[in-house]
Design a protein around this ligand. Sequence first.
Ligand code: HEC
Ligand code: HEC
Length: 244
Amino acid sequence: MAKVMILMAAIGARCTVVLTLAALCALGGADVHASAESVDQATQAALSLDVHPERGAIQFGSHCARCHGSHGQGDASRAIPALAGQRFAYLVRQLANFAGLERDSGAMHGVLSQTALRGPQTWVDIAAYLNRAPLSDPAQPGDGTQLPLGRGIFLKQCATCHRADAHGDADGFVPSLRNQHYAYLVRQLHKLGDGYRHNLDGDLMRFLGGFDDRDIRATADYLSRLRGPGGVRKVMRNDGVVVD
Ligand code: HEC
Ligand code: HEC
């Protein structure tokens, strides 16, 4: 558990960088390279824009639905993630990651190189639509043979960041892991440990890299059966800050 607390502190520091300025990270001596900084800045700039979910719905239908499904339900047979109900800030950050080549994916790089999809306004509009989109089909589950193992790993090793019900964290940069396809989760858990997201915190990458295939399949199976929205819709807190 101590290891997880140290990791949480490290990730908290990264999120502060996103929310304040990447320059702070340089002060802290972290090894953030130029592209990671520009992704942080693009994310921050995008998150300050007004959102238009109705425009996002149209863009999603034109450019994304052929792979991610007409309701953002994903496609388990191609390990394409479900996006409906995912955290707003996380979605925006991943679009900035793909556009800035900080996360590998030939499919997503091709999509985001189109002129209509390059701008941060489009990212927030689509993310706002997806964050509010109702969940339709249940996610694809695993074979159900290792669920107690998966539950134990998740609650002990992951829930401090992703929360016990896996809906993600308060600021929205830690993703929801609910309603997600088993095949996608298994693939991501292997790839996250291999460093394919170049700006992922190094400690988190090594931590996730320490799980073997059996642990990964068990945890993914447990998660794939959790339902419910990733986060509540945007609400204004008492101090006037709007969060999702
Ligand atoms: C040609 C198929 C294809 C199209 C079109 C496509 N995607 Fe994707 N998308 C993928 C694949 C495959 C992945 C998984 C990449 C990986 O393995 O990391 C992905 C991943 C994502 C993720 C990361 C989700 C997560 O949980 O981390 C987001 C966000 C996303 N896509 C949004 C979009 C949006 C928005 C559009 C339209 C503008 C779009 N995608 C169009 C195939 C596609
Ligand atoms: C220290 C906090 C922390 C811990 C502990 C943690 N995660 Fe995460 N996780 C994150 C963050 C932050 C991200 C988003 C990374 C990014 O922005 O690309 C993430 C991303 C993920 C993703 C990718 C989701 C997607 O839609 O692509 C999966 C899957 C995941 N974590 C599963 C786990 C599992 C399983 C564990 C426990 C074994 C775990 N995480 C432990 C913080 C954490």
